[in-house]
Write a protein of this length. Structure first.
Length: 114
């Protein structure tokens, strides 16, 4: 809340998450004739995503959250995870896979002499 005006303070996290989603994630979903949109970010830091098009009933939505969406959004301050109605995936699973990605990147970069 903006104390001077009483108006709600804009959530910069939501703007940042939507920009990343539109730039990095939406084109990948569209390549599969699907889509999605960021609905909101809860007070707990969980980004709510709604899948559209062919993604609506795709059996790989869980994998998409874990392997494509959360890894790109997790660097936004305050984002703890991603959720979507009808998709069962825990925050712990998202964090565990993200750690695997980090471990892989650090090993892959260890041999880089540039």
């Amino acid at each position: 809340m903006n104390e001077a005006t009483g108006a709600p303070r804009p959530d910069r996290r939501l703007d940042e998450v939507k920009a990343i989603f539109d730039r990095d994630i939406r084109p990948r979903l569209a390549s599969h004739l699907g889509g999605g949109r960021v609905v909101d970010i809860g007070a707990d830091g969980v980004v709510e995503v709604e899948f559209t098009g062919a993604c609506t009933f795709c059996s790989y939505r869980r994998n998409t959250i874990i392997g494509a969406i959360y890894p790109r959004l997790r660097d936004v301050e305050g984002v703890r995870g991603v959720a979507s109605p009808g998709v069962t995936v825990t925050i712990a699973e998202q964090h565990r896979v993200a750690q695997l990605f980090d471990d892989y990147r650090s090993r892959a970069g260890a041999g880089d002499d540039s």
